[in-house]
Design a protein. Sequence first.
Length: 388
Amino acid sequence: MITIGFRRDTGEWVCKERKGLYRFGNGQLAFAASLPDLTFAVRTKGRRVGPLVGILVSESSIPALLSRKKRWLETVIRSIHADGGIAIVSAATSIGEKTVSGYVFVPSLERFVEALTPLPDVVYNRIKSWKEEQTEPFQTAVARLAAHNIPLVNRSFFRKSDVYDALRTDRRLWPYLLPTALVDKVDDVRAWLDQYGCIYVKQDNGSRGSGLFRLTALPGAAVVCESPRSQKRLESLDELAPLVQSCRYIVQAAADADTWNGCRYDLRVLAHWQHDRYTITGIGVRLARTQSVTTHVFHGGTVLPYTEVKERIDEQELEQLIALSGKRLSERFGFVGEFSADIGVSRERQLYIYEINAKPMVFDEPEIEMHRLRRLNQLFAELAHLAP
């Protein structure tokens, strides 16, 4: 480890080492006889220091970050610093041709300060909406990073239909995929319900159970329609026509889900890239309320210790499923680096992929989050060629 400093007046990063220049991100440290007041302890490997990790956030997130309300993000940043790296947080508009203008957390001051750094070794994308990723500033930032071969972790949000199409390209994944398709009119939904009797309808860009409902056919044309917050009987599916046409929806056949004490459960699997493959970082379990549509805690689901269902899960098979899925996702979306998967378990112990999510939310299990921080640091170091 060596100590480097940042000169606020000139925007220069310096060190006192006379043995030669150190690479810092896509730039170099300058020599200084003395260090300025803002200093950081960083690890070295060869003639490199860091890694310098860029964290890309929405412009609207910056005020919350500076007022210390982005606690999870701050935890990630502190972990990067504790491991000998430096994080520079910025919006897409602040990524220039050769530099990044943003904010670094100074442990000695316990606050963020404005800073300028060279382009980083790796960038962690935490932009909060799919729509923002379609904007010109974001696309320009991505192009600038690509021009310098800078890895981008979590390149983009996933559409459910795109995930399904990506996974379908691998025959080995077919047994784990529930029949899924895009729909744009209520007659498409009717055809699926006639075929399967019970189906889920989901917004293609939805998350945390938003825009989700379950349809169960009744004798005649009537249907039971259940959402996370309500349940009602529809005399005809035509009542759903305005909703289905309002945005992109997919339909998915319902699985014969396994239960724990009479309630459905599924697995929340967190995965990261490590040593040329995707491996499991942690496994959580979410338990639905009786007859509930979703297991999401946001909609009333509860956290169940994994030990309660561990014996029902073939973990070797699950590891293989995650490795194959991650490989196909990176082929489709560009390098992913981190994702979470909602995995169903049938009564016959068959595993099913319900959804795969980019930019995983915070897990309720502290041990999973601790392991996540370690894996992120390993990932950043590996991508920056600083891993031991």
